[in-house]
Design a protein around this ligand. Structure first.
Ligand code: FEO
Ligand code: CA
Ligand code: CA
Ligand code: CA
Length: 674
């Protein structure tokens, strides 16, 4: 039998095959159970979820599209505990909702209204199913369940009040009708990856928030084609671009009108001004899950972009803390924040976690990564002094403007444009930082002349062919890769690093010269890595996929890896064409003992979010948007839903598919993956 403590050198389970079945397929010897699904009540007096589109009160139910998640242990008497294995809080992101055209159709009786205007009754449900849950979970005997009436249970939505903190607090670009002094905003939105601070609070990243807003045709001219127009376009909102759900159409009340970024009157004091609403989104947000009534805070020092996770450097007393972050869009960047204050171990369990957050996350430097072709790299600080005079696309007013519009600042300094940075995670012993680069179908050996979206491969994003359908002609890095960084001298505060690529996603039968560079076998092959979390107990690197290109072969999955370290492999030259060769740096190839598929999810889902109990014996993960490919027109016919999970696994009423948290245990009571 394998050891019950300490890092593992060899995975102890049998790999599972790829699958397209509408079920959770799990390595043998393990059990998975649903514990918390869309609509589950969070108070004793909320009605059971009927799952037929008539349910309301989502401010007191589980939200939709469970994503990143963190664990906050509770002792048997219900107090914060870092060693508890039987009771704790899950803080869970509810990123988005399954829609086809505007309507979140599984939440409405007849599928809802896809045309404008949207009814307020539908919009009220949809704004409430976004945000965050804090939910207590508890083990009784060998059975885990959520605690319906826990005093810790909490929902935050896209309309909850959140405080603005850090350099952008009170800035002119944060002034809205809701907060004319620019210190507050409403809601957190499209929460994707997560993080947990060394002082025990929850961090959540706001990702594709811009798609929920719109601005009228003619807005560019109404703004005088000023720099705000440049910023809005850089963050994905051209004038007249339609919003994802049309929430702005539901009425003139502030909670609807805010989604249309415009000035509605002529006042000079901001009291009729919604133009800056979008600037209140796009941050890392901090919450103390142990205090259900505590305020939430947007930490603007960490920059504004399409945030995923926030991974800390290993905290060392007397050293500054680094927070690593990815901006998930094609050709965006990898960032690092370094605190001004050095870590004090006395802050590990503070009385006021949000006050401690201000100490470490409100003042510090923001850096962006540049990857070189020799395996080295630099962290380039983003500040006014770093913006070259040759950069004229945008004029930064002050340091806060750089944090609010850091994509533009990163453009100005020439950082490396990456293949969609999703999660990052810190190796629990080496401190090396791993980044999933989920895919970029626009990498091209010969980009179309003048294209701003197609880029040629470079060393850190070296692939330009995909081969997912068994041909070697499909262009783009459709399968993604996992890059890792080893900091140079200075630890988290270092400005130089080395890097290599831990794994390239690929189909196992793909060409090993240009596509299957990690020589993955059928027990290991995957595409589009997204969620990435290390176990502190076993050291396993859990890799979760979000894959559109691979669904002919398998539903999304989770793999376990035991990686080595930066530089343990060799240089590899990719001969793309007679005129283009790219050198990259490949980590040591995985073996059958160091990389295996552990789980495959039900149909049309993404696997995301992972926490474990400190003993490594209980794992919680999220099944996000099963049945996402269902057509709204088929709402009345469950046989046409592309998934009926989790009702087909015996959980809950109705056949409409539901995002859910599942708990995984080993049947012999051992550690997961051992
Ligand atoms: Fe919400 Fe980039 O995944
Ligand atoms: Ca993600
Ligand atoms: Ca993704
Ligand atoms: Ca998703």
């Amino acid at each position: 039998p394998a050891a019950d403590t300490g890092p593992m050198s060899k995975l102890g389970f049998q790999a599972v095959a790829k699958s397209t079945a509408d079920t959770v397929t799990l390595a043998s010897g393990y059990t998975a159970t649903v514990v918390y699904a869309l609509g589950d009540p969070l108070t004793a007096d909320t009605a059971a979820f009927k799952n037929d589109g008539t349910d309301t009160d989502f401010e007191r139910r589980a939200g939709d599209h469970h994503d990143g998640m963190e664990w906050f242990g509770l002792s048997s008497d219900g107090l914060p505990s870092s060693s508890a294995n039987d009771r704790g809080l899950l803080a869970i992101n509810h990123e988005a909702t399954t829609d086809e055209t505007r309507s979140s159709f599984f939440l409405h009786a007849n599928g809802g209204t896809a045309t404008l205007p949207r009814p307020a009754s539908e919009v009220d449900k949809e704004t409430a199913i976004h945000g965050i849950s804090v939910v207590e979970v508890k083990r009784t005997g060998s059975t885990w369940a959520y605690v319906k009436d826990s005093a810790y249970n909490r929902r935050v939505t896209s309309l909850s009040e959140v405080e603005i903190s850090g350099p952008a607090r009170g800035h002119a670009q944060l002034v809205t009708k809701y907060s004319i002094d620019g210190t507050r905003t409403r809601g957190t939105l499209n929460n994707c990856g997560t993080g947990k601070t060394p002082w025990g609070s929850f961090l959540t990243g706001e990702e594709n928030w811009f798609g929920y807003f719109t601005r009228p045709v003619g807005d560019d001219a109404a703004r005088g084609n000023d720099k705000s127009v440049t910023a809005l376009k850089r963050y994905g909102r051209a004038e007249g671009a339609t919003s994802r759900h049309g929430w702005e159409s539901a009425g003139s009340a502030d909670i609807y009108a805010r989604w249309l970024n415009a000035k509605t009157g002529t006042s000079a004091d901001g009291s009729d001004d919604y133009r800056n609403e979008m600037n209140g989104m796009g941050y890392i947000v901090e919450m103390d899950p142990y205090r259900p009534s505590s305020r939430m805070v947007k930490r603007t020092a960490l920059g504004r972009f399409a945030h995923e996770s926030a991974a800390f450097s290993l905290p060392k007393a007397g050293e500054k803390l680094a927070v690593y972050m990815g901006d998930d869009a094609r050709n965006e960047y990898i960032y690092k924040f370094v605190s001004d204050n050095a870590w004090s171990a006395a802050d590990a369990n503070p009385v006021d976690r949000i006050a401690t957050g201000a100490k470490y996350l409100d003042s510090g430097k923001l850096f962006v990564a540049k990857f070189n072709s020799d395996g080295s790299g630099q962290w380039i600080e983003l500040n006014l002094a770093a913006i070259p005079s040759s950069y004229t696309a945008y004029t930064f007013a002050d340091e806060a403007d750089i944090r609010i519009n850091c994509r533009l600042a990163a453009d100005a300094v020439g950082a490396t444009k990456m293949d969609r940075p999703e999660w990052c995670a810190t190796h629990p012993t080496s401190g090396e930082i791993y980044f999933t680069l989920t895919n970029n179908s626009n990498r091209r050996v010969a980009p179309t002349a003048g294209s701003t979206t197609q880029l040629a491969p470079d060393s850190a994003n070296p692939r330009a062919y995909s081969d997912v359908k068994g041909t070697s002609t499909q262009q783009g890095n459709v399968n993604g890769h996992i890059l890792r960084v080893k900091e140079g001298s200075g630890g988290g505060a270092a400005v130089a690093f080395t890097w290599d690529v831990y794994l390239f996603g690929a189909q196992s039968d793909a060409d090993t010269g240009l596509v299957n560079l990690s020589s993955l076998t059928a027990d290991q092959d995957f595409s589009s890595p997204d969620g990435l979390v290390f176990s502190k107990s076993t050291g396993i690197c859990w890799i979760q996929t979000d894959d559109g290109a691979y669904t002919d072969a398998s539903n999304c999955m989770m793999l376990a890896g035991i990686p080595g370290s930066v530089g343990d492999g060799a240089k590899k030259t990719l001969a793309h064409s007679s005129t283009l060769s790219v050198d990259t740096f490949l980590g040591k190839a995985p073996t059958a003992d160091t990389l295996k598929r552990f789980l495959v999810g039900p149909k049309d889902c993404e696997i995301t979010g992972l926490v474990e109990t400190p003993d490594g014996k209980t794992l919680f993960i999220n099944i996000q948007h099963p049945g996402e490919g269902t057509k709204m027109a088929d709402i009345a016919d469950p046989s046409k839903y592309t998934s009926q999970w989790p009702s087909n696994a015996g959980y809950g009423a109705g056949k409409r598919p539901r995002s859910a948290t599942i708990v995984i245990t080993k049947n012999d009571g051992g550690r997961i993956g051992n």
